[in-house]
Ligand binder design. Structure first.
Ligand code: AKG
Ligand code: FE2
Length: 359
């Protein structure tokens, strides 16, 4: 069996060129368009109409009928339709919880490769795993990232409890807070469709399944040939991402244009809707393809938390959103089957995971 070596280890050993295994075919290579920067006036170099929406979540501390909360939900709905991605600030999570995890995770990645590789597994179901790329033994081109994953399947395993000691407390503090935020946002997303709480509580699938991936993208000798993560949409319901506020890299495919995501500040989260929400809303809300560029000088780290239904959940467009003028665009699928298809479709070029459910 081939011995898998992570990309961080290869870079640490002194790579001067991008190895052939990591070179993208020309049509997938990124266009490096120059640099963008944040200033107090906003974002330099990026037109306003290409900035993903930003929401101040302070109105969440008001009661349900407060007008500010209602406005927030209405605007959120518009962002879900137009963008499928947005940033949130004043979300109530203390920035020390975020920074503590970023520091502890950095320590994990700074350990010798042998220490990190003790957790090596390419299984998507392992409670804790350290892996590289997406599926290195199967894919045509490797992705320029290593990832530390934690999996929580209720009633089956809780990887957060088994996190390595170097970051265990920080991982737990972070996920406890981010889970609450994810559930709040998930409910608001369905409220923004005009659905009643009673309907949401009974008919919209819950998101008890949590996967956290801490991505490490080492510096790359030639960012124009590689991607940290190739174009994909996320498979579950909702993703809460803490990007790197100093090293950019995330781009989203907004109506055919690759648009960079520029974090507003070090405590902002980037939220995106994933495939199951596109299916549930019958395509009204979108699960947008995104990718990650590599950086020539600096390592980048991001923390992605994916929230989804149980494996045995059947996901289909919500009946209230279907009528004669709006027939179902997606068939009902078992989330387990959807996930299984995801693992193989990511290995083929230009095949979106949503095609599996599209009618
Ligand atoms: O690193 C990022 O900014 C995005 C990561 C991502 O898209 C993912 O892990 O699915
Ligand atoms: Fe993603």
């Amino acid at each position: 069996m081939e011995t898998i070596v992570g990309i961080k280890q290869l870079v640490d050993e002194g790579l001067r060129e991008v190895p052939p295994l990591y070179i993208r075919p020309p049509d997938e290579r990124p266009t490096i368009t120059g640099s963008f920067s944040m200033s107090t006036e906003g974002i330099d170099g990026l037109p306003q109409h290409l900035c993903i929406p930003i929401f101040d979540l302070s109105p969440l501390s008001y009661d349900e009928e407060h007008p500010a909360r209602e406005h927030l939900i209405r605007d959120l709905g518009r962002a879900c339709e137009e963008w499928g991605f947005f940033q949130v600030i004043n979300h109530g999570i203390n920035s020390s919880v975020i920074q503590n995890l970023r520091r502890a995770a950095a320590k994990f990645f700074e350990q010798p490769a042998e220490e990190r590789m003790r957790l090596h597994s390419q299984s998507f179901r392992a409670p804790v795993s350290y892996s590289t790329s997406f599926n290195p033994s199967m894919e045509r081109v490797r992705e320029w990232r290593d990832t530390l994953f934690f999996n929580r399947f209720p009633g089956f395993c809780d990887g957060f409890k088994e996190a390595p000691a170097i970051c265990r407390k920080e991982v737990q503090d972070y996920i406890n807070e981010v889970e609450k935020l994810a559930r709040t946002l998930y409910k608001m997303i369905f409220q923004s469709l005009g659905l009643e709480n009673k309907y949401i509580n009974t008919d919209v699938p819950d998101i008890p399944r949590t996967l956290m991936g801490i991505n490490y993208y080492p510096p790359c000798p030639n960012p124009s040939l590689t991607l940290g993560l190739g174009s994909h949409s996320d498979v579950s319901c909702l993703t809460v991402l803490h990007p790197d506020s100093e090293v950019l890299g995330l781009e989203i495919n907004h109506k055919g244009t690759w648009v960079p995501v520029l974090p507003v500040d070090a405590s902002a989260f980037v939220i995106n809707l994933a495939d199951q929400v596109e299916i549930l809303t019958n395509g009204k809300y979108r699960s947008i393809e995104h990718r990650v560029l590599t950086n020539g000088e600096k390592a980048r780290m991001s923390i992605a938390c994916f929230f989804g239904p149980l494996e045995e959940t059947v996901v289909a467009p919500l009946p209230v959103l279907i009528d004669g003028n709006n027939p179902p665009k997606y068939r009902a699928t078992l989330f387990k089957d959807y996930n299984r298809n995801f693992a193989s479709s990511r290995l083929q070029p230009n095949r979106g995971t949503l095609d599996f459910a599209r009618i």
